[in-house]
Design a binder for this molecule. Structure first.
Ligand code: GLN
Length: 295
């Protein structure tokens, strides 16, 4: 029996799929390329209790078109999390709160971000699973599929963004416009640096100008965390830019600089979280780390 201590066990990501989610493979690849492990399971395997989120370190809600965006992007999946009881007698949202309180991480990308917002987990000031912000139809009135530049808020709380100041990543969505419920929520998001990613122009300056801000989001906000920094949602797709060769301009960039990094900006986020969790474990007191995990 191969026994690993908690400190040496690889970081393990759970990546959900099903019902029209379509970015699970790239997301799992991102964790594997970053040195972690990733398991893809159908949403129903979690709801049925067949898979426990508590066996993992990072729970991932990928992008896609869950339930065809009927009732609004992410709404049906969010309601499944809010109302369906697992065999434990708790809803997935209640299990998620326990998962977060145990120090684990939750990520929602695009459709996944829409789910987190609509189940009330972002920014979650009240802790009452109520919608404090929402993500709705792009101001352009059309589906936006383009590359954007993002500025990283230096006061952000997410280990995914450690050491990063800017990112170039693709967006592809119809309902990416962040709308904030009221001035109190807006002020708290700004005061606490929860608007971790903002759309910016080619010079790196935050802008509301289309198409740099592709959807008209308030605060030019492309990504949010909760106050713990453990819940992170974003509209752009970092898992779609893991390699230089994912970028449409790769040939020119390679010609201009033959030594240009062959990694995409998106991979940096996954390297950060794998490293952060690994280091956090290694720093745990001996008695905690001695909890052996028999594999
Ligand atoms: N790429 C995605 O995840 C798209 C999310 C959602 N279906 C939208 O169009 O806004």
């Amino acid at each position: 029996m191969n026994e690993l201590t908690a400190t040496t066990r690889p970081v393990h990501a759970l990546v959900l799929t099903g019902f029209g989610i379509n970015c699970e493979e790239e997301l799992a690849a991102a964790y594997r390329l970053a040195g972690g492990e990733a398991t893809i399971v159908h949403f129903n395997q979690v709801l049925s209790g067949e898979t426990s989120i508590h066996d993992y370190d990072v729970l991932n809600f990928p992008g896609g078109f869950s339930f065809g965006d009927d009732l609004g992007s992410g709404v049906v999946m969010a309601n499944k999390a809010r109302f369906r009881k697992l065999p434990s007698g708790r809803t997935l949202l209640e299990e998620l709160r326990a998962f977060i309180e145990a120090g684990n991480y939750v990520v929602g990308i695009c459709n996944g971000f829409q789910m987190l917002v609509k189940m009330g987990l972002l920014p979650d000031f009240a802790g009452q699973q109520e919608r404090e912000v929402t993500l709705t139809h792009n101001a352009s009135g059309r589906y936006e599929d383009r590359w954007v530049r993002l500025a990283v808020n230096p006061r952000n709380r997410s280990p995914f963004l450690k050491g990063l100041t800017s990112l170039e990543v693709p967006v592809r969505h119809g309902e990416g416009r962040l709308v904030i419920r009221d001035e109190e929520i807006r002020s708290r998001i700004l005061a606490e640096g929860l608007n971790c990613l903002t759309y910016c122009d080619a010079t790196g300056c935050e802008t509301e100008l289309y198409p740099h801000n592709p959807n008209g989001a308030e605060l030019n906000c492309a990504g949010l965390t909760d106050t713990t920094g453990q819940v992170f949602g974003l509209m752009p797709h970092p898992e779609a830019f893991l390699s230089l060769y994912n970028h449409p301009d790769w040939a020119r960039r390679k010609r201009l600089d033959p030594n240009v990094s062959e990694e995409g900006d998106g991979l940096k986020l996954f390297r950060n979280i794998v490293e952060h969790i690994s280091q956090s474990r290694a720093a745990q007191p001996a008695e905690a780390a001695s909890n052996e995990v028999s594999l």
